[in-house]
Design a binder for this molecule. Structure first.
Ligand SMILES: Nc1nc2c(c(=O)[nH]1)N[C@H]1C(S)=C(S)[C@@H](COP(=O)(O)OP(=O)(O)OC[C@H]3O[C@@H](n4cnc5c(=O)[nH]c(N)nc54)[C@H](O)[C@@H]3O)O[C@H]1N2
Ligand SMILES: Nc1nc2c(c(=O)[nH]1)N[C@H]1C(S)=C(S)[C@@H](COP(=O)(O)OP(=O)(O)OC[C@H]3O[C@@H](n4cnc5c(=O)[nH]c(N)nc54)[C@H](O)[C@@H]3O)O[C@H]1N2
Ligand code: SF4
Ligand SMILES: [Mo]
Length: 724
């Protein structure tokens, strides 16, 4: 790939008694290149330097990235396996004793066997995450289906990328988050970003995003809050939470009316235009303004700028996806690119900003309830046969498809599921409607949690297994562009911790299923299996090798042959991945959020992130700098709303919804709509905003409605402003 205008050769300085290990950040989907500094006398990681040679971040990093290394030798690391001695203390950090690996693994396997003997194979479940490498994500799917032989596996991407995946699959026939490499972004003429707080959540994208304006291009942002991105945008579409579908339909309506559509492209490369035209016909700027609260002028101007721009990129993130109609929102925004033909060429396209480090790769290789490696589907008998054959099991033995993450917690409550193997996620903080989820975990007969810190979820476990961090193991991840990259081991396994793959292989052996795993001795062995098994699938990794990744700074999938260089741009041949080669323009009638404000709950609550913390906060709340910068969650309230409730900045109030309540200090801020309040979700226990969120699920993706529900503020009798 050609070097872009930001590329500079800067050598990393190596200090005496140190070596640099070239790898990537553990956190978000940007997967910034970094070098870990290792003291060669102690062989411990002691610091970090950005990598200038990785084309995505080119030497830039954010506050989380520069402190990520502090996780590795942190005093809170779990040193050895823990076994629960007092069941009455479930839900607390008390009531555990240390144990050997032998004892812990034997206990797990005897419990699994006993439960399966009494209640059938599907009584076990696996809930996983995508902060893990492709190797671990892939193996977890195989572990559930081949070692544990259960249908019940799902993962935290259900709460993250599931609507993007469902929407992109429906519209384009493929779910690669971005149709273009990140090095295209700054070269476009119009960047339309919906529901993304990129300055805080994908901070190292910002130099490219600002460059669009520096070059004379336009930035249009749709967000109920005036985020740093929205503040500098040419147009800020400050919509009510949960109304994106109306906004997107309204813009498509105007693109058609203004003659800004590409008729040749529509005729030759898409289906569905006529039906869509009919549906959007009623979405006049006035009607859209009524639903969204955005002024008619702004809607008209946004559509005009987007329509006139020679090249344009539509980007969206969880703000539009974490809704009970997230899938429709994704397809509706994708319609903007499809009707204008601004897709399938450099500098134009569609991108969702993938959340977790391996949010892309981790959703391709079989951690989803209905999916097998290479993006194959469990309800396709041909796909099942292919994977069963690759794994060496009879096709009839392949477990059926399971259910989505939140539905799994429901099945625990009614005892259909009696055991959970949890890894790489902290659902006691991150799942919606937590009162229910916490009860579900309590009702389990036996729960295992694999983590490197004792998370809020680990406190519900019967056995806790200490795992290695990202910096102690080799492997690959696939970043938000679809680029497969290498992570490298910089330090030995901490204390008695083990990598997730090692643990799963040991359990498989003890379950009597070892023969399906024995030849996997290292991450590279597992990667080679992914190559074989994904061959012929949509997400085809066959042509990717560790060596090729090293030589090219990553390889974009699909990469079908050893000689193939991978595809940074998708659809350059205007072939979409539906059987007829055409993309689908989707006709999508509007529907309101699952829960609208009313007299009792008059406010709209939306939730999300701040720059200093990551997801459930289990990793970042322990890093001194990050904790100091943002110690506790704050409730963002517009000054006029604060006046209406008679509350002041920093006052402690109760926020309540139909599902639960929690107390927060108020942050009075103009950068939010008057009818909306916002709380970040990175905290556990009584501070969890997910005690309040709505588990209404999207019918296609099964994504909960994290981004919109009805709430009220309750003022405390005796104030609560801190003084001094
Ligand atoms: N600092 C930090 N960075 C992260 C993460 C983190 O935890 N912390 N997590 C990573 C992960 S896993 C993810 S998924 C991404 C998430 O990245 P983002 O999606 O950018 O983050 P959020 O804060 O969840 O939501 C984005 C924006 O959506 C807006 N929003 C809320 N409701 C609506 C709505 O109805 N419509 C529209 N259009 N916008 C709405 C919010 O005001 C917010 O500014 O970030 C990744 N990067
Ligand atoms: N209200 C609200 N809720 C949300 C969201 C929102 O916007 N609003 N966003 C949702 C989104 S987008 C996401 S991605 C989810 C994420 O929510 P979670 O899935 O809870 O994410 P993490 O906090 O990353 O949890 C990962 C856990 O695994 C551990 N861990 C890290 N790496 C490894 C590893 O390699 N192996 C193992 N075994 N453990 C590891 C970490 O210490 C941590 O405890 O939250 C969702 N919840
Ligand atoms: S932007 Fe994301 S990948 Fe880059 S340093 Fe920050 S958290 Fe890490
Ligand atoms: Mo996410």
């Amino acid at each position: 790939m050609p070097k872009d205008k930001f590329f500079k050769v800067i050598e990393n300085k190596i200090h005496p008694n140190e070596k640099l290990v070239s790898t990537h950040c553990s956190y978000c989907g940007m997967q910034c290149g970094m070098n870990l500094r290792v003291d060669t006398t102690t062989n411990k990681i002691i610091g970090v330097e950005p990598r200038y040679d990785f084309p995505v971040n080119l030497g830039k990093m954010c506050p989380k990235g520069v402190t990520a290394y502090q996780q590795v030798n942190h005093p809170d690391r779990i040193q050895r396996p823990l076994i629960r001695t007092d069941a009455s203390l479930k839900g607390t950090a008390e009531g555990f004793r240390e144990a050997s690996w032998e004892e812990a693994l034997d206990l797990i396997v005897s419990k699994f066997k006993e439960l399966q003997h009494n209640y059938g194979k599907d009584t076990l479940s696996v809930y996983s995450g995508v902060s893990m490498t492709n190797e671990k994500c892939y193996l977890t799917g195989k572990f559930a289906r081949v070692a544990l032989q259960t249908r019940y596996i799902d993962y935290n991407g259900r709460f993250c990328m599931s609507s993007a995946a469902a929407g992109l699959n429906r519209s384009l026939g493929i779910d690669r988050g971005s149709t273009i490499p990140w090095t295209d972004i700054h070269q476009t003429d119009c960047l339309f970003l919906a529901g993304s707080n990129a300055a805080e959540c994908h901070p190292t994208s910002m130099f490219r995003i600002w460059e669009v304006q520096n070059r004379g291009g336009y930035l249009i942002v749709a967000d109920p809050r005036e985020t740093p991105l929205a503040r500098r945008a040419d147009i800020h579409l400050d919509l009510r939470p949960g109304t994106d579908l109306a906004l997107a339909n309204g813009i498509v309506h105007l693109l058609i009316e203004n003659g800004h559509i590409d008729e040749d492209f529509i005729r030759n490369h898409t289906n569905g235009f006529e039906e869509t035209k009919e549906v959007v016909a009623t979405f006049t700027p006035e009607y859209v303004s009524e639903i969204t609260g955005v002024s008619v002028e702004k809607i008209v101007r946004a559509a005009d700028i987007f329509g006139r721009a020679p090249d344009a990129i539509v980007m969206f993130c969880r703000g539009v996806e974490q809704q009970a109609k997230g899938t429709d929102n994704v397809s509706a925004y994708t319609n903007m690119s499809l009707v204008t033909g601004k897709i399938g060429r450099p500098k134009s396209g569609v991108a969702t900003l993938t959340g977790q480090g391996n949010g892309q790769g981790g959703r391709e290789h079989g951690q989803k309830a209905d999916q097998l490696p290479g993006y194959r589907k469990l309800d396709n008998p041909e796909h099942v046969r292919e994977i069963a054959c690759a794994w060496g099991i009879p096709a009839e033995e392949m477990p059926q498809k399971g259910v989505s993450a939140y539905e799994m917690f429901q099945l625990m409550k009614d005892k259909t599921i009696r055991s959970l193997y949890l890894l790489c996620s902290n659902p006691v903080v991150s799942a919606p409607n937590l009162n229910h989820v916490r009860e579900s975990l309590k009702s389990l007969d036996f729960m295992v949690c694999c983590d490197f810190y004792l998370s809020e979820s680990a406190e519900y476990a019967d056995v806790v297994l200490p795992v290695t961090t990202w910096a102690e193991d080799d492997g690959t991840t696939t970043n938000l562009e679809g680029r497969i990259i290498r992570h490298r081991q910089a330090q030995e396994w901490f204390a008695e911790s083990k990598p997730d793959w090692w643990i799963q292989i040991e359990i498989a052996k003890r379950m009597g299923r070892g023969k399906f795993f024995t030849y996997l001795k290292s991450p590279q062995d597992i990667f080679n299996e992914i190559r074989q098994v994904s061959k012929g699938g949509v997400a085809d990794y066959y042509g990717v090798t560790y060596e090729k990744i090293d030589q090219n700074n990553g390889v974009f999938w699909p990469c079908r042959e050893e000689g193939d260089e991978g595809q940074p741009h998708l659809f350059l041949d205007k072939k979409f991945y539906h059987p007829d080669g055409k993309a689908k323009i989707c006709a999508l009638p509007y529907r309101p959020p699952a829960e609208e404000p009313d007299e009792e709950y008059p406010l709209r609550l939306t939730t999300g992130r701040v720059v200093f913390h990551y997801l459930s906060g289990n990793q970042t709340r322990r890093i001194p700098f990050l904790k100091d910068m943002y110690p506790d969650p704050l409730l963002e309230v517009h000054p006029k709303t604060a006046t209406r409730y008679g509350i002041e900045h920093d006052e402690l109030v109760t926020l309540k919804t139909r599902r639960g309540e929690a107390q927060y200090r108020v942050k009075v801020i103009e950068a939010i709509r008057e009818d909306t309040v916002f709380v970040p979700y990175h905290w556990g226990k009584a501070q969890s905003i997910n005690l309040l969120t709505n588990p209404a699920l999207d019918p296609y993706s099964k994504m909960p409605e994290f981004k919109a529900c009805a709430a009220k503020i309750i003022k405390h009798k005796h104030g609560g402003v801190r003084h001094g």
